[in-house]
Design a binder for this molecule. Sequence first.
Ligand code: BDP
Length: 655
Amino acid sequence: MTGTTYSGDFDAAWLPPAAFRAVGSRRTLIRAGDGLWTDTVHRELTDACVRFGGRVVRDGGEDAELVLEAADAPDDESFTLERRDGVTTVTASGGRGLLYGLFHVVRLGEDAFAGERAREEHRPAYATRMLDHWDNVAVHPVMGQVERGYAGGSLFWADGRARGDLDRVRAYGRLLAACGVNALAVNNVNVHATEARLLTDRIGDVAAIADVLRPYGIRTHLSVTFAAPTVLGGLPTADPLDEAVRDWWAEATRRVYEEIGDFGGYVVKADSEGQPGPFAYGRSHADGANMLAAALEPYGGTVHWRAFVYDHHQDWRDRTTDRARAAYDHFTPLDGAFAPNAVLQVKHGPMDFQVREPVSPLIGAMPDTRLAVELQVTQEYTGQQRHVCWLGPMWSEVLRFRPDGEVSTGRLADGLVAVSNAGDDPFWTGHPLAQANLYTFGRLAWDPAADPRAVLDEWIALTHPGAPERLAEGLHAVLDGSWTTYEKYTAPLGVGFMVQPGHHYGPSVDGYEYSPWGTYHFADRDGVGVDRSTATGTGYTGQYAPPWAEVYEFPDTCPEELLLFFHHVPYGHVLAGGKTVIQHIYDTHFEGVEEAEEARRVWAGLADLVEPARHARVAERFEEQLRSAREWRDQINSYFLRKSGVPDERGRTIH
Ligand code: BDP
């Protein structure tokens, strides 16, 4: 495969050939030395020009309408853009910046070649913009090929090894570069036996994938098991302070870099949901992370150490066994103890990717530790890519949150990571509209201050070039409010986890209520919600700095959408708008279903504007979304009707 477009049986997503019309029809000059990324830029433009009649030259002196120039600082990702006297110029310090500059011009389309444009500087807010793939190499008996994957099989792995044909991976790398992602972990954080060997005798498979992603500016990372020295190395211990263990990691890492010179580093889930970790040896998580950091340090690698550590065998023994508290309680005493190339990877909320959670108090509480925030693009708890649920507004809220309450548009942490939603499905993401989530993640990682709706505009324009305004309006109508629609018909007011245990799809009001996973809602005949206040509850609110500690402490100041996350209130508790909690529950559940019905109707009306297979796939998913939304509405409403005995004041039928 030499060209940049792919004729395989899969959707072009946000890079259809027509998206390159503006650049492909022009005379372009590339003024940059040789280099991997400059070559990628050249290839992209050559292909576009073949299609649209333009011309691209390297280092020539002739007139051009687009000039792309780069100096020799390969790792710098920034670029500037300006347009003067009929020439649009992208200037970068190195090839990576040039690549992002090219995709920026592609996004702008004809606008990049109109009028004058003052010099703008573009620089990513987050240096690490990473996707974690929870892909298993061998099919797992319970979790399948991709854990929490809703888009078919793995893009990387099939039949227990790396795919022989990596064209699709190349196309994926290209899509990711076009939205700004620059790092990728190729395997599940739950590392099973086959996956463990990727670190040693199967590293060649990882190297093959890394080779294909590299031209698009993406560094490859690997999830490893903390027990590797015992399960792969035959050592009697994996104690991070044991010399033989440290030597084993140093040697294993040296071999990794022999195969993959720009390897990004390790991702580790330790002492979490059954994964091994340093606790077994009486060591701290800093000891564990630092051992791996030391092995990676000579080569410039990083360990992403996940903070998702909690006791999944707990019950509600006393108020301190609140799962929401676990990461903070565990990690804040270790602030300052982590090596400079160890990054603590923290889920954005304190629980687990629910449709609504507060921002984790760990973020901002460890000033002397490098942190990365982890988002979940795969829609585990948000409709599993059968429901349309565009998460841009949620992530934007998270990224704009400031632990000290200040307003800032910069970075919330050092890196941004997300669990990918892509697989070998022809539409990449199962639900074709879930592509917008992947795109939005990449763009917000580059610029967290961006308006998510403007990002959605970009995705719409790229994905459907030349489509009439009616399509953009329709897509906005379907997507803009889809997250809050989903929230309305599922679990209310931040309470979370009223899902089917195990696979996490569809309602099960008490499915987790009496289980040891620590995910309770405490609904009884009088009220619902978890008292996490400091005065009378678990003390979780005290993990926040001011002003949030006070804001969350009291039901009257707590943001309404999080009320039941922080407080146990009677059903008759009156919300700001004058409604009681119970009536709010009924109303939002009816509204959520109505909104989903309306979205389906809008989508049906776009049939003449959308490619038929894509339209049909979404239409089919809407049927399931509606069935499921009604099921949610009916179960949640009847549960609360029975618990509370309070009838719907509007007299609707509750099943
Ligand atoms: C939970 C998922 C589980 C993951 C875990 C994690 O249900 O499959 O292994 O997160 O983040 O949300 O490690």
